[in-house]
Design a protein around this ligand. Structure first.
Ligand code: PGA
Length: 269
């Protein structure tokens, strides 16, 4: 259980340059009064938007980052973007391993591991996304899949780098407009598996300190029942966050709920 809540969004390819900047500006002004003691809010935008976005006045709660990064060490990957360049642009964070990249673009755990290592060594916070497909879920191998992805993608990460790590569980069957309904208890079980695996990899103290975020069709109707689960430390939103007012409302609804009801006895406000 973490002492703050984690929210993130990835706008994918849904917005152009000006729409992205207007969105970010609106979100910043709506979220300006929220304290970093209460939450971390990460926004992952397409590469061309990152430089002008960095020039905006972002609140301390907000991490700005890219949706992808190249993990290769030499320069011979035309069209790719290295971690050091993102760092030079003043980025705080980066996503690695989103299920659309794994399943539509064929990204492997080995490639994702290189991205994770390269981003961490450039000082970026990494949102490592892990996910099982509908077929893996049906075959009852979700936990095995998640454990393998975690162990492969985190190979070589040192204990000291884990403070820059967030794990994003985003099952592919739960993402996007044709997705299946999300069951909070199902997510809680997967998060318990992820937590146990992180404790195996890094020891109990460090493994318990890495925030676990759930993403996949999160919206105003299911956000509270998801955050009520003790092993869910935060929420990753796609479509429901792409309207800044809606995202802000969901964030505040969750913060108020947690303040009033707590999460396994915690009281954050
Ligand atoms: P969704 O997307 O909330 O629109 O399902 C989630 C994601 O891909 O991060």
């Amino acid at each position: 259980m973490q002492n703050k809540l984690y929210f993130c969004t990835n706008t994918k390819m849904a917005k152009g340059l000006y729409e992205s900047l207007t969105y970010l500006e609106t979100l910043c002004s709506l979220a300006a009064d929220l304290s970093t003691d209460l939450l971390e809010l990460a926004v992952m935008l397409p590469y061309p938007v990152l430089y002008p976005a960095r020039k905006l006045d972002l609140p301390d709660t907000m991490l700005l980052g890219a949706q992808n990064v190249c993990g290769e060490a030499d320069y011979t990957f035309t069209g790719e973007i290295p971690a050091f360049l993102l760092s030079e642009l003043g980025m705080d964070c980066v996503m690695a391993g989103h299920s659309e990249r794994r399943h539509k673009l064929g990204e492997t755990d080995t490639e994702i591991n290189k991205k994770v290592l390269s981003a961490l060594s450039s000082g970026l916070t990494v949102f490592l996304s892990i996910s099982e497909t509908a077929e893996e879920k049906k075959a009852n191998i979700s936990d095995e899949t998640l454990r393998i992805q975690l162990k492969r993608c985190l190979a070589g990460v040192s204990h000291t780098q884990t403070s820059h790590l967030r794990i994003l569980y985003e099952p592919s069957w739960a993402i996007g407009k044709n997705s299946s309904a999300v069951q909070p208890v199902y997510v809680e079980k997967r998060h318990q598996t992820i937590r146990n695996c992180l404790c195996e990899c890094f020891g109990k103290k460090v493994g318990s300190s890495i925030p676990l975020i759930y993403g996949g069709s999160v919206n105003a109707d299911n956000a509270l029942s998801l955050i009520d689960q003790p092993h869910i430390d935060g929420l990753g939103l796609g479509r429901s966050a792409w309207d800044a007012e809606n995202f802000n409302q969901i964030i505040r609804q969750v913060l108020q709920h947690v303040n009033y009801f707590g999460r396994s006895g915690s009281n954050l406000l």
